[in-house]
Design a protein around this ligand. Structure first.
Ligand code: SF4
Ligand code: FES
Length: 266
């Protein structure tokens, strides 16, 4: 938003913000916010904080759709505040609320711990092959003392052999790797209204991202976490709200469907 908006005659937008102190009930506060065609929801919240209500609390960092921290509900729909312009709402105004399916810490700032715990639960990193169990029938190996080699004698890790991928191998997971953990799909998911323990679209999409990576060997570990848990992949009914909400073009609904099929042996 242009810095000069507050000093000139501009259109104003009705912005209602859901506010909440810890331990108290939510309440609405409404502000008339000047805007132009470039004004984002995040700009509008900044204007309120700078000109009307300094205590208004909300998260942001990059202002460019990268960090994933500015998610809010606008008229009931999860969006990135920094990437959503308000001009299209000039007649209806907007109601800005905290992300669904997360506890409110204050105003629009929500607790992300549960979301991140579910993400960690699918081991969202590159895993080595499962360790072979030790063979107990073999006699113990006698280790002969050897002369300690100098640093130059250590064989160099063949980095290229370990990490090289063909364009096709990268393409297999590239779309899913665009996730910025913004939680928009998690807020949009209707299953979480009823099954609070559901792993959720972002974590499952991230699990698939690694499963589809030719360098990763963790598919078995992740499938145990997702398929042998009734709240893992099974509650999803393929409504597709997650995919429609995603600002990065990730397709969590397809990732979940693929995981369900794989778990059923398909
Ligand atoms: S899948 Fe999309 S909507 Fe969900 S957390 Fe990742 S970037 Fe956000
Ligand atoms: S502020 Fe970083 S994604 Fe919006």
């Amino acid at each position: 938003m242009s810095d000069d908006l507050s000093g000139e005659a501009h259109e104003t937008l009705r912005v209602t913000v859901m506010r909440q102190e810890p331990g108290q009930a939510p309440r609405e506060e409404t502000f008339d916010v000047p805007f132009d065609d470039r004004t984002s929801v995040l700009d509008a919240l900044d204007w309120i904080k700078d000109h009307a209500e300094p205590s208004l609390t909300f998260r942001w960092s990059c202002r460019m759709g990268v960090c994933g921290s500015c998610g809010v509900m606008v008229n009931g729909r999860p969006v990135l505040g920094c990437e959503t312009t308000v001009a299209g709402y000039r007649t209806s105004g907007i109601t800005v609320g905290p992300m669904a399916h997360a506890a409110v810490q204050r105003d629009l700032a929500v607790d992300t711990d549960e979301f991140l715990a579910k993400l960690r639960g699918v081991s969202p990193w590159m895993l080595p092959p499962p360790a072979e169990p030790p063979t107990l029938t073999e006699p113990p190996t006698v280790v002969e003392p050897v002369e300690t080699p100098g640093p130059t004698a250590v064989p160099a890790l063949d980095v290229l052999a370990v990490h090289t991928q063909t364009p096709g191998q990268v393409e297999a997971y590239r779309g899913l790797s665009q996730c910025i953990d913004c939680m928009l799909c998690y807020a949009a998911c209707p299953v979480l209204d009823d099954v609070a323990g559901f792993t959720g679209p972002a974590a499952i999409a991230t699990a698939r991202r690694w499963d589809l990576d030719s360098r990763d060997q963790g598919n078995e570990v992740r499938m145990v976490a997702l398929a042998e848990n009734e709240e893992g992949i099974w509650p999803c009914t393929q409504v597709g709200a997650c995919t429609r909400a995603c600002p990065k073009g990730v397709d969590p609904a397809r990732a979940i469907r693929d995981a369900q099929r794989e778990a059923m042996g398909g």
